[in-house]
Design a binder for this molecule. Structure first.
Ligand SMILES: [Zn+2]
Length: 477
């Protein structure tokens, strides 16, 4: 295995979040009854003419800018010819020689180091219909036919399945920031195919590649690539040859299997789409879109580090999810210690979200509730220990922690008289431990602290308890 290098490139198909389809006015809403969002254009009737959707171009431009691509001045559309039942025109309108943009890149963080993965091209095309196979028939739903798709093709710059996984995660994060797609792999709004080959270390030319399809999660992509790289290395190692082909991943068995031999691009007989004229993309779309670009995860991570003094790791975790980054910043405007906010978000809050399958925007915790609770810890109103259960309580009831503390009488006991009483009792009841302390076992005091805390139901200020215990025990000695 170590004698070989793995070479991976990824093709992502992204359904753009437009209200209507790319060449007609039909709705793109997911989940409608079959063949209800259709018209002569997306059913491929002869004589119907495509009209380009401006919103699809805008979302394409946003993506191109976010992926650091060089945007083409003029773009055009081409017909990609092939025959398949889900494609009623027998050609797909796509882009071949003048796509939206090329030569971009995306940064991934691997082992704490930044690596740049090249983006070959980003182009706009239309989706096909969807086939359903029953026992005795194949059914077609054309609702999806003509939905705008963006194809994002990477350079073969990834050298492990782990890097491919990180690339997809980083790409999804960017796409969510610019809000161009739902990026939902289960509903098919983000689909990924992988090209993979292996070569002996030191060899310059690329090995024969296979294309892997049918992966329905980023984890499945990683698993499929791990299997396929291993299979190729074993095949070559035992004197065999790799066939250029498309293979399907079977996630239940964790294997890839041949589907069909891969077409070359000339098999598609690309030629210019005569019904759509070349379009001045730079002038008509790009200028508008430039002003609408939000801050992207990369620059945001750097700003979080310099503005809030966060570590690279903390900043990367927080910005990986836009809603989480927004939540953090809201809290940081209300409470001065950003590191403590980050710790709570990445610690107890993330653990709760993970356990309940929630995202932060669906979590019932107002930013002012979290910071109000942190203030109470600082002022000694509640202990850090109480705060942990108070947080969960607040999330589950939707109530302000300040209110909950009053309702449930959770205020920390700072009143010396009350603590004194508990200390008294504990000393009386635990003469053996007291003896240990007096005979020189300094640690014995912690056992007593624990008992005082139990007696006060965790509400005594532990620092005060230690202080008072020591004073009392030394006085008695
Ligand atoms: Zn239509």
């Amino acid at each position: 295995m170590t004698d070989y290098e793995i070479v991976i490139g990824l093709e992502v198909h992204l359904q753009l979040k437009t209200k209507s389809k790319v060449f007609c006015g039909c709705s793109t809403a997911f989940g409608a009854p079959p063949n209800t969002h259709v018209c002569p254009v997306c059913l491929g009737f002869p004589g119907s003419l495509p009209v380009l959707n401006r919103d699809a171009l805008k979302l394409g431009a946003k993506t191109a800018i976010a992926l650091n691509c060089r945007v083409e001045e003029e773009i055009k559309f081409d017909r990609k010819n092939y025959f398949y039942p889900d494609l009623p025109k027998a050609y797909q309108i796509s882009q071949f020689s003048q796509p939206l943009s090329r030569h971009g890149y995306l940064q991934i963080l691997f082992d704490g180091k930044e690596k740049r993965i090249g983006i070959t091209r980003v182009h706009l095309e239309e989706d096909t219909g969807k086939l359903f196979h029953t026992q005795d028939a194949s059914l077609i739903d054309f609702n999806r036919s003509g939905t705008p798709l963006l194809e994002i093709v990477s350079e073969p710059d990834m050298s492990s399945p782990e890097e491919a996984y990180l690339y997809l995660t980083a790409l999804k994060s960017i796409l969510e920031y610019i809000d161009v797609s739902d990026c939902n792999m289960e509903e098919g709004s983000l689909r990924c195919d992988a090209n993979v080959s292996v070569r002996k270390k030191g060899v310059k030319e690329l090995g024969v590649k296979t294309e892997i399809k049918n992966m329905n999660s980023f984890k499945a992509v990683k698993a499929a690539l791990e299997y396929e790289a291993e299979r190729q290395i074993e095949t070559i190692g035992s004197g065999g040859k790799i066939t250029q082909e498309t293979r399907l991943f079977d996630s239940a068995r964790g294997v890839t299997e041949p589907m069909r031999s891969k077409e070359e691009s000339h098999d598609y007989r690309y030629f210019p789409e005569p019904d759509l004229t070349p379009f001045d993309f730079a002038k008509n779309i790009l200028e508008d879109v430039k002003n609408e670009m939000p801050e992207l995860p990369g620059p945001k991570r750097k700003r979080f580090m310099s503005n809030y003094g966060l570590s690279d790791y903390d900043a990367a975790v927080l910005v990986s999810d836009k809603a989480m980054a927004d939540y953090f910043e809201k809290c940081a405007s209300l409470y001065r210690n950003s590191k403590i906010i980050a710790n709570w978000i990445m610690g107890d809050i993330s653990a709760y979200m993970k356990e309940h399958g929630l995202t932060i925007d669906r979590l019932n915790l107002k930013s002012e509730y979290l910071t109000g609770m942190l203030d109470m810890i600082d002022k000694g109103v509640i202990s850090g220990k109480i705060a942990k259960s108070l947080l969960i309580d607040s999330i589950q009831t939707g109530k302000d922690p300040i209110l909950l503390v009053k309702e449930k009488g959770l205020e920390q006991i700072t009143d010396a008289g009350q603590i004194d009483q508990a200390v008294d009792q504990v000393i009386k009841e635990n003469q053996k431990i007291v003896g240990d302390f007096i005979s020189g076992k300094q640690n014995a005091v912690m056992a007593l602290v624990g008992k005082v805390m139990t007696k006060t139901k965790g509400k005594a200020n532990p620092r005060k308890v230690i202080e008072m215990l020591k004073k009392r025990l030394k006085g008695e000695a």
